[in-house]
Design a binder for this molecule. Structure first.
Ligand code: KG4
Ligand code: ZN
Length: 357
């Protein structure tokens, strides 16, 4: 055990989707270990994540992954100050596996258990990697979420916008599937787009020019399908050109929505605060470049964690655990994993029509 909450040692466990992961992070922002086992081979034959297959793979692999994380960091369970695990949102079978394992370690080692909101893990990563101070504007883009949030403190989030249909990662994954690029889709689309012409196919920029900070991607996905149907056969150059055109449309659409959010955020919080991106889609270099340009044009510091800490990992869960422990906010062992768990409980269920920009 460390000297208390000054620089606590926290084990984090992540198992809410198709990554089984464990990590040790300390309060001085050091990642002592960060082990990730991606279940890509288990899900590839199905073209996407199968919840039951994911839960079984977590059961099979998690104990070894935790052991590896502890061993690499050179710690025993008794050296920990807390045990954190993703408590939701996500595929409930997987969340149960990780949270149950964390509760067991917490009970045996007599250390607090912390159930971390997976989205909070993404949201706070920039504080681990870049020491970003509150408040900041956050674009959270992952497989299941696409949100703009004002991050004002640990547990203090205001949602400025969300998607009215698909998440942006979902749009990448479905586009990849239609183009025969396989799973996981996002990295495959990015790779294919590198050789493509982003101006060959005219695709819509959903909601561009409209007021507010919400997103929409399902029309873009349908437009890609129509373009594919309009081609006689899908040559490699067609695939790359479509991937590049799709990625360019996403970049333009995100930038437009984020520009509105910057206005709202700065009106509420003042200027001089950073613009942060997080979540798996934030690993995309084209999107990072576009968003950096937007932020810097508004004199905002742009922060994007290293790609490996944008996609799901346990270091972000351990770090959120550090922050929650410091805030004195730990959980009881009867915590029930939550398949749905919004970061901003006050946000309307529907996309936030109240935000004007
Ligand atoms: O945050 P994450 O790892 O898991 C969730 O919490 O959902 O995000 C996964 C999503 C997937 O949809 C994946 O295709 C997308 O992030 N993604 C990317 C890239 N890497 C991962 N999308 C675009 N470009 C990438 N390089
Ligand atoms: Zn995630």
């Amino acid at each position: 055990m460390s000297d208390g909450t000054a620089s606590p040692v926290v084990l984090g466990i992540e198992s809410s989707c198709d990554e089984t992961a464990a990590a040790i992070v300390t309060g001085d922002r050091t990642i002592r270990s960060n082990i990730i086992f991606s279940q890509f081979d288990d899900h590839r034959p199905f073209g996407g994540v199968v919840p039951e297959v994911a839960a079984r793979a977590h059961v099979q692999n998690l104990d070894v992954i935790v052991q590896k994380a502890m061993g690499e960091a050179g710690f025993e369970f008794g050296d920990l100050d807390a045990v954190a695990a993703t408590g939701g949102p996500g595929l409930i079978g997987g969340v149960l596996v990780g949270a149950t394992m964390a509760k067991g370690i917490s009970l045996a080692a007599e250390r607090p258990f912390i159930a971390v909101n997976h989205l909070e893990g993404h949201a706070l990563t920039a504080r681990l990697t870049d020491n970003v101070e509150f408040p900041y504007l956050l674009l959270l883009v992952s497989g299941g979420h696409c949100q703009l949030l004002a991050v004002k403190g640990v547990g203090d989030y205001r949602r400025l916008g969300t998607t009215i249909d698909d998440a942006v990662g979902e749009a990448f994954d479905k586009t990849a599937k239609m183009l025969g690029l396989g799973y996981p889709g996002g990295p495959a689309v990015e790779k294919s787009a590198r050789d493509g012409d982003p101006s060959r196919f005219a695709l819509p920029r959903p909601l561009m020019g409209r007021s507010g900070c919400d997103f929409s991607f399902s029309g873009l996905k349908t437009a890609v399908r129509r373009k594919i149907e309009g081609l006689e056969n899908l040559a490699p150059s067609d695939i790359s050109d479509l991937a590049a055109s799709f990625q360019a449309a996403v970049a333009d659409s995100l930038a437009d929505r984020c520009a509105h959010a910057i206005e709202v955020f700065q009106r509420e919080q003042g200027s001089g605060h950073p613009f942060v991106v997080a979540g798996g889609v934030a690993a995309n270099q084209t999107l990072r470049t576009t968003l950096r340009g937007l932020a810097e044009g508004q004199d905002m510091r742009f922060v994007a964690p290293p790609p490996a800490l944008c996609t799901d990992n346990a270091a972000m869960i351990a770090w959120a655990g550090v922050e929650r422990l410091r805030a004195g906010d730990v959980d009881a062992l009867d915590f029930a994993p939550r398949p749905r768990w919004p970061l901003d409980p006050n946000a309307a269920r529907a996309p936030g029509a109240g935000v004007k920009a």
